[in-house]
Design a protein around this ligand. Sequence first.
Ligand SMILES: Cc1cc2nc3c(=O)[nH]c(=O)nc-3n(C[C@H](O)[C@H](O)[C@H](O)COP(=O)(O)OP(=O)(O)OC[C@H]3O[C@@H](n4cnc5c(N)ncnc54)[C@H](O)[C@@H]3O)c2cc1C
Length: 608
Amino acid sequence: MPALILAMQLVFTGYIKRFKVDTIFEKPLSGVYDYIVVGGGTAGSVLATRLSEDPVTVLVLEAGGSDLENKYVDIPLLSTHLQFSEQDWQYFTVKQESSGYALDGRRNYWPAGKALGGTSILHHMTHVRGSPSDYDRWEAEGCTGWSYRDVLPYFMKSEDVQIPELKKEVYRSVGGSMTVSIEPGNPATEIFKNAAGELGFQTHDCNSPDMIGHCPVQNDVRNSERCSTAKCYIRQVLGRQNLQVSLQSHVTKVVIHKGKAVGVEYMKHSRRMMVMARKEVIVSAGVIPLHADLPVGNNLQDHLLFFMSYRVNANWTINTQKLSDPGEFLKYIIDKKGLYTETGINAVLFANLEQEDVMSGSPDTEIYFSNIAPDAKALKSGWKQNIKDKVLDHMVSNATSEGISIMPSYLHPKSRGTIRLNSTDPFEHPLIDPKYLSHPDDIAGFVRGVRLIQTLVLTEPMQSIGAELIRRDYPGLCDDIPFDSDSYWACYVRSFATTAFHPVGTCKMGDINDQSSVVDPLLRVKGIQGLRVVDASVMRNLISGETNTPTIMIAEKAADLIRGKDTVLDIRNKLNTKFFTQLEDIETSNISAWSSQLIQKLLSTNLI
Ligand SMILES: Cc1cc2nc3c(=O)[nH]c(=O)nc-3n(C[C@H](O)[C@H](O)[C@H](O)COP(=O)(O)OP(=O)(O)OC[C@H]3O[C@@H](n4cnc5c(N)ncnc54)[C@H](O)[C@@H]3O)c2cc1C
């Protein structure tokens, strides 16, 4: 107990120091700035950092407060503690017709960051760039200048890789703002690696141009603390005289005069204010649309995932009992060591299950490995999924403190949804309707993922820990369908798959003549001068993985587009001479030569 008190004192002292720093946000505003950035989230923090490198004035208006107001922000394992906090918008989707059968009202809970740093202060820190084909597809569909060759230099500019074996890779970088690291091994990571290896998946860098394979998860973590874009970008430059950040400033309207965005209206401490922009207004408010009069809010896309949990005989699972040991917490506070340094995801695996050779091309499936045990507390208050009480009680009756979860996610869903403003009141939450699993192909994609997981569990490393599936079917929910048939898993997916938190696409980028797009390839809102959108909403199609790192890339590139500068010329030249020819070789080589018994096993199942 004294250890616990000491730990709490240390946290509290850190608190006081932080509040002193945050008075910087209270500087009085002037009436006009060169650039106004709406939203200081993942993208907004990056963009304002870059724009204010020039002799221009930049204002960031952020609806939330300081990222440091929540004591859990830094601690990797406690990211879910930010959900349903003041730093979360706490959105819910509308009732889903084709999914969410196990959810209360069939509604997904949609967390989103509401503070400086935006969703990067509460996300799970997995660092994934996506596949070259994702960006080449954007370019082919009219997003000129966004091919993999174009965007790779910006991924590199933003990162500071602290993984010794990757520092020298020509496509990776050191010295950028975002630290990328791997937490020192948990035995679980080794088991997952060996299981994947037995099926022929090589362990390599999933942020290389060839994503297929297994990787210990790379994280946006610096010295065992979260590296949000608040901490790793904008807080580094808050002393600049030409940069002003105003918190608790909720923008309610972009002011448009004679077809040009000239400023914004916003509410701060219940007072309505207006501020003008000499050059541009840039909306970086995330996927929730601000503009009522534009064709925004269509093309909503998101990844789903669900938990396949297994009982195991292993002493390395993370469970509530281990975490409530005060010594464990102290280990983190004093030495930045122990279980709290982990993010809860040990490793990821990417495969291309849609085609015969699952190990070539670009991935359509991501598998997450987690050594967090599905014990009663984790099920009730860990990953919050809005599961119906009676279903949750049933799950809790099967809880175990020695277990793991493996989660499939289908990466290129065809379902498309919408986000619509619910009323003229800008403070009311919008109607979010992702129409999850409305396209039948998405179900088939998930069932293939289930079969891959089942195959992984049959490997010797997984059998050596006695991995045994914990069934979650519930009276009236899939229990009338023969267990393990494709139809059973289809029902399971429709019942238990929930958001993987990667919504994109509501301000779709496209060619100037593409009627369905909102912004052009320079991210300018079509038909309105002086207005751009720079955030995850401009992604035309979902990328093959998590969306924070690509959003940072978008903001880095947008800063160059706005400033009319090429800050990555040196990186591009280096890549042109050393890398892109090599990349062409990779694309044409027969990667499928990797041995794989998996292919045979997968093909022997009848997919729906
Ligand atoms: C729980 C969770 C886990 C995730 N895990 C990962 C992960 O492990 N890896 C990964 O790569 N991605 C992950 N993501 C996704 C990733 O974090 C997002 O794609 C990314 O943060 C989106 O960035 P953004 O700039 O578009 O929006 P945000 O970061 O959400 O920024 C929008 C900002 O605008 C502010 N804002 C909104 N409206 C207004 C307004 N009217 N006026 C003023 N300000 C406003 C918001 O408060 C917010 O600060 C996760 C997301 C969630 C929710």
